[in-house]
Design a protein. Structure first.
Lengths: 302, 352, 330
């Protein structure tokens, strides 16, 4: 940093952020599993985005698919075909769009809710805390599937319903984690210093608690995405999703309904499961690596 | 008064800082904490009158559990007194968020543990600028932060802007905390064990900094500590606290060289002193009792060596020691002591 | 024969950023029945020395030199012999000991643990011993059934002392035993340690940054800086008339109450204790030394005699010595 250059506070804030990013990246790189996971994820996202370029509508159409019916894997169709003649590989590829999208959106929703409620219930005392905690506990014990089914009945089938169903039921765990972390952060002297400087509720929560809670939230998020993708697949598999959209869960459902297991059509029923498992695994590896990156930050070195 | 010590009310320099006439006062302050479950409430502060005059450094000395930290927090407005008032510059504290916010610009806090006092995710710049931003910001934030860091002894300040607390040493962190307090141009600093967590060779620098701030800026300071040597080093006056009350107060020279209260005497006698000729240290047995179970009579009588040795009996005050509580010491300048035995000795003609 | 003799001890930690020398060629001597104080601040390596005594350092540490405990080299002992020496020969009261107690076990059980490990006694005999120990450290025996969180700081420290005495060691090493305690409790604990050491004829090594406490309690003092001993000698002399500028600064940091020289004049050193990973050239103290000379950045002094003590400072040498040191550089 040159001493001659006079930096404005804004510029300094940017420099600080950039340095944080590079430092996190350097730490992250050391964890090989995390890097592998990240490569897999980036690859999956790129493939998902690129899907429409390679797959035409005809190939996915139920009525006009070109391939032979339930053919086992061959050179033309590396993962075989389903009962409509669609290439299973195309199905997986196309299905990744919905699965990943639902996974991300539902996760974002639940993390947002969980963080807000978690910080609020950890920061405020008195009746606010009690009400929020009881509410959290109540939602925590609601069974996801039952709630999802009820929501579908009310809101109708579709991707939106699934996103809402997952988002609304997955936040309590995050909220409890965030609350515990908030309590830990607020017992540290710098919170007292902030109050002594004149900081109010909003200041303490946004400037001090949130940045110290973010690492846990970030690590949780990646782990949660894995869970939501699986949840989406479950719900689609149960037939609660949009029947016109292809997702990994819906592919699994169709395969099962067509009797793929008893007929031995392994190329139809196994790949979606593997795809789900791989993406979940990749997210988990990244999440673990992030946790490792952030932990030494909070502890002092040497 | 020693040469070099600024007399309250008049200082050289000034540096544009506000000089108040009245200073910070506590009048009859009591702070009680409700007991968990059953039991008596804990009377952490049980009636204290204290006055920190402008430009004065007062040491509030006592062991853990005596209530000194609670008193400091009450003076800062972080805790509301159950009884009594905290007055600043003649006006009592109003506990609305706006009034407290304005008050915070005048009286600032320096905590014991500099590593914990700084948010590990904020840079030094952000830590110092935080106070400014809370209070609406200034036109030239950068210059204000640089000025505060320089005054706290971190030069050149630009070199520290983007550093994180874990990259600094303990002494430097404490200076950052002090800079964060200075940036608001307070007139009083309340320092809770400011050097207890620092290395021995670094302490002197931080203490010298506090003295320099007093000289250059007219900053008054209330230093809460258990270290009598620290009081000798930088304080003008010392107040000794025991179980929520001040038991002796007065100028440092007097109190630390000829204490009258048995507790102060015991504290002084156990300070390690290698120069021969030290009297046999009076090591008090046991530990200070719970603030929820304050003994009747003089609160120190259960551990008092004077009472235990029979000297109080001989002077005829033993009964009073056990049954009659002592009045709250006033906040005047001269030395005062809350002890029946000491009063009796003072009343009698000296027999050497 | 000395009870404990440390000979040219060197400890280097292997870290991600390279090797870090925590202790560099340290030699100490503790005759039986004596009390030695080791003074120093953070980063000087004193805690490393304490851990090295019983080979408690992590595997990332490379240790060389000799540590002779009752004539045997701890560093080359067999594992079985080492375990026997640990606690029964020498025990340690760790820094932050008050937080080292297991929160879910009663303290009686924790004190009994080393007894049961080292001696083949029944639980009842161990409990009897625990009661004895608690009485010796000034705690009522019924506190054996208490949990750590039910005790105060001073009481927990007494429990740690009881634990250290459990197997009748010949040497106790106390690492910062009174640092977090109030001055009155500190006095109680120090008095207790002195009594116990006297009654049981135990040798004592106290590690602390509080030079005044050490000078008051110990017979000899060794001052450490940046992994080396920079001054050692009779406690009184080192405290009152230090030859090394660092020891002088350290003793000046604890003002004598009543001394007008320290009234309103706090004395400290500029800068901070050095990072062991980045030591200055020459004498490691020279960047902070108020009396540094030019040659101090080139010459790393050894311990040279200075009256009754020894100090590692060129100022201690008579004039010819200083020029000899200069020649050594060329």
């Amino acid at each position: 940093m040159t001493t001659a250059e006079v930096l404005s506070p804004r510029r300094m804030a940017w420099i600080r952020r950039w340095r944080t990013v590079t430092r996190v990246w350097r730490e992250f790189r050391r964890n090989r599993a995390g890097v592998v996971g990240l490569v897999l994820l980036v690859g999956a996202c790129l493939l998902a985005l690129a899907a429409p370029l390679f797959i035409s509508e005809m190939e996915l159409s139920v009525t006009r698919a070109p391939g032979p019916f339930v053919a086992s894997p061959s050179w033309d169709y590396p993962l075989g075909t389903d009962k409509f003649g669609r290439s299973v590989l195309d199905l997986i590829w196309q299905g990744s769009r919905v699965s990943l999208t639902v996974g991300f959106l539902a996760t974002f929703m639940s993390v947002f809710l969980g963080t807000v409620i978690g910080i609020a219930s950890g920061h405020y005392r008195g009746w606010v805390e009690s009400v929020l905690m009881r509410f959290t506990d109540w939602v925590l014990v609601l069974p996801t599937l039952v709630l999802a089914v009820s929501l579908v009945v009310v809101l109708g089938r579709g991707i939106g319903t699934i996103i809402i169903a997952i988002g609304v039921t997955a936040w309590p765990v995050t909220a409890r984690l965030v609350r515990a972390q908030t309590l830990a952060v607020e017992s540290r002297p710098f919170i007292e210093r902030s109050r002594a400087l004149g900081g109010g509720h909003w200041h303490v929560m946004s400037r001090h608690v949130l940045p110290n809670v973010m690492p846990i939230v970030l690590a949780r998020t990646t782990l949660l995405v894995a869970a939501t993708i699986i949840a989406e697949s479950t719900l689609s598999f149960l037939g609660l999703g949009d029947p016109s959209l292809i997702s990994w869960g819906s592919t699994l459902q169709e395969a099962r309904d067509a009797g793929a297991t008893s007929a031995g059509l392994w190329w139809w029923i196994v790949p979606p499961g593997i795809a789900i498992a791989l993406v979940a695994l990749a997210f988990t590896m990244v999440g673990r690596a992030l946790e490792q990156v952030y932990n030494p930050r909070l502890r002092e070195r040497l | 008064m020693c040469a070099g010590a600024a007399r309250p009310g008049r200082f050289p320099g000034g540096g544009g800082y506000p000089v108040t006439d009245e200073g910070l006062r506590a009048e009859g302050v009591r702070v009680e904490f409700a007991a968990r479950g059953r039991g008596e409430p804990a009377r952490a502060v049980d009636g204290v009158d204290l006055h920190v005059r402008p430009g004065e450094i007062v040491a509030l000395v006592g062991e853990s559990g005596c209530g000194k930290t609670t008193l400091a927090r009450t003076l800062l407005g972080l805790e509301r007194p159950t009884e009594g008032t905290v007055t600043y510059d003649g006006s009592p504290l109003v506990y609305s968020s706006r009034a407290l916010s304005a008050y915070r610009r005048k009286v600032q806090l320096v905590l014991q543990d500099p590593s914990g006092s700084l948010n590990p995710r904020h840079t030094v710049y952000d830590a110092v600028a935080e106070g400014l931003r809370i209070h609406g910001g200034v036109a030239d934030e950068r210059a204000a932060v640089a000025d505060a860091l320089s005054r706290a002894g971190l030069r050149p300040p630009e070199r520290f802007f983007l550093r994180y607390p874990h990259e600094l040493s303990g002494g430097q962190r404490q200076r950052v905390v002090i800079a964060g307090a200075l940036v608001l141009h307070p007139s009083t600093l309340i320092a809770d064990e400011p050097v207890a967590s620092l290395d021995a060779s670094v302490r002197g620098e931080i203490l010298a900094l506090l003295l320099r701030l007093r000289q250059d800026l007219g900053l008054s300071c209330l230093v809460v500590t258990h270290d009598l040597g620290l009081a000798w080093n930088i304080a003008d006056r010392v107040a000794v606290m025991y179980l929520g009350r001040i038991v002796e107060t007065g100028p440092v020279e007097k109190i630390l060289s000829a204490p009258e209260h048995p507790y102060t005497q015991a504290l002084l006698s156990v300070v390690p002193d290698v120069t021969g000729g030290a009297t046999d240290p009076t090591v008090l047995g046991g530990e200070p009792p719970d603030p929820s179970r304050i003994p009747g009579g003089c609160r120190f009588h259960a551990r008092c060596p004077v009472l235990a040795s029979g000297a109080a009996e001989a002077a005829g005050v033993a009964d009073r020691c056990r049954t009659v509580d002592l009045p709250i010491l006033g906040a005047e300048d001269e030395s005062q002591v809350a002890c029946h035995y000491a009063e009796r000795l003072a009343a009698e003609p000296r027999s050497q | 024969m000395s009870l404990l003799e440390i000979d040219d001890l060197t400890v280097t930690y292997r870290t991600a950023g390279g090797p870090v020398p925590a202790v560099r060629g340290l030699s100490l001597d503790l005759p039986a029945g004596q009390k030695l104080g080791v003074a120093g601040e953070s980063g000087c390596g004193k805690s490393t020395v304490a851990l090295a005594l019983l080979r408690l350092l992590p595997t990332t540490a490379t240790v060389s030199g000799r540590i002779l405990f009752e004539g045997e080299d701890v560093l080359s002992m067999t594992w079985g012999r080492l375990r026997a020496v640990r606690w029964a020969g020498a025990s340690i009261i760790f820094q932050g000991a008050m937080h080292s107690l297991n929160a879910v076990h009663r303290i009686g059980a924790q004190i009994a643990e080393p007894i049961l490990l080292h001696e083949s006694v029944t639980q009842a005999e161990a409990d009897l011993r625990v009661t004895e120990l608690l009485t010796q450290v000034g705690l009522p025996p019924d506190r054996a059934r208490a949990y750590p969180h039910e005790l105060s700081g001073g009481q927990r420290q007494r429990v740690m002392i009881a634990m250290a005495l459990a197997c009748n060691p010949r040497l106790i090493v106390a690492d910062e035993p009174t640092t977090a305690l109030d001055v009155m409790v500190q006095a109680q604990i120090l008095r207790l340690i002195e009594e116990l050491v006297r009654d049981h004829d135990i040798s004592l090594m106290i590690i602390s940054h509080d030079l005044a406490v050490l000078a008051d309690t110990c017979d000899r003092l060794a001052v450490m800086y940046a992994g080396r001993v920079v001054e050692q000698g009779p406690a009184r002399q080192v405290f009152e008339a230090a030859s090394h500028p660092y020891s002088a600064a350290l003793s000046g940091a604890f003002p004598r109450i009543g001394d007008p020289a320290s009234r309103l004049q706090p004395r400290g050193l500029a800068g901070d204790p050095p990072d062991p990973a980045e030591l200055p050239t020459g004498c490691s103290f020279h960047p902070r030394c108020p009396s540094a000379l030019d040659i101090c950045s080139h010459v790393d002094p050894e311990l040279w005699p200075a009256g009754e003590s020894e100090a590692a400072c060129v100022l201690v040498l008579p004039d010819q010595g200083a020029s000899l040191a200069e020649e050594a550089i060329r």
